[in-house]
Design a protein around this ligand. Structure first.
Ligand code: GAR
Length: 218
């Protein structure tokens, strides 16, 4: 089967982007990364993508001022020009208008550093620690107009430790992000996910007795 053509949208260092690029090198991976698009000219991820031989482009939002749709039309045009079929947001820090989301409905996925629907928005690790949750994690989901919402494709969890700081927790969650984003894209690009209203259905599942209990009594 032909590989699905994927673009990754970034604004920063691009560690999730790198995880996707590395995974897509496997012969049996159902997606190929054809473009990395940034809204920030000096985003660290751009150089990393170029080193991997991936085509990059930058469309800065600033010249478009308040006209968010014009900025997004420019992004949309470049995605279409590259025959992109699926879009992965990977630390892309611009809110998207309903117009852009509609263009890529069911074809655009995002990774968020929390177990949605908990902790939408910013500072997820700080908020999780403040609340004293014992399990935290990351979510890959389809993008819908509401921020950090949309059918959930995959989640990964970590146990929160008593001595965690936002930085130590972020680092462990990031490790999980780098595992679940390539796996989630594999499912989506491989046609293994069906969107049923607000919910993703798939035959793929974890082992039925997988349990993460935190804290564990020793
Ligand atoms: C990641 O932790 C990602 O989950 C988060 O930004 C970071 C980007 O890092 N995304 C969001 O918070 C979106 N709501 P990266 O550039 O190294 O992939």
């Amino acid at each position: 089967m032909a590989k699905r053509r994927v673009a990754i949208l970034i604004s920063g260092r691009g560690s999730n982007m790198t995880a996707l690029i590395e995974a897509a090198k496997a012969a049996d991976y159902p997606a190929e990364i054809v473009l990395v698009l940034s809204n920030i000219a000096d985003a660290g991820g751009l150089a990393k993508a170029q080193q991997s031989g991936i085509k990059t482009a930058t469309i800065e939002s600033k010249p478009f001022g308040k006209d968010r749709e014009a900025f997004e039309r420019a992004m949309h045009d470049i995605l279409v020009a590259h025959d992109v079929e699926l879009v992965c947001l990977a630390g892309f820090l611009r809110l998207l208008t309903p117009w852009f989301v509609k263009q890529w409905e069911g074809k655009m996925i995002n990774i968020h550093p929390a177990l949605l629907p908990s902790y939408r928005g910013l500072h997820t690790h700080e908020r999780a620690l403040t609340d004293g949750v014992k399990i935290h994690g990351a979510t890959v989901h389809f993008v819908v107009p509401e921020v950090d919402s949309g059918p959930i494709i995959m989640q990964g969890a970590v146990a929160v430790r008593g001595d965690d700081t936002p930085d130590t927790l972020a680092a462990r969650v990031l490790g999980v992000e780098h595992r679940i984003y390539p796996d989630a894209l594999r499912l989506v690009a491989g046609g293994k996910i069906r969107i049923d209203g607000p919910v993703c259905k798939t035959d793929a599942c974890g082992s039925p007795d997988d349990a993460l209990i935190s804290p564990e009594i020793i």
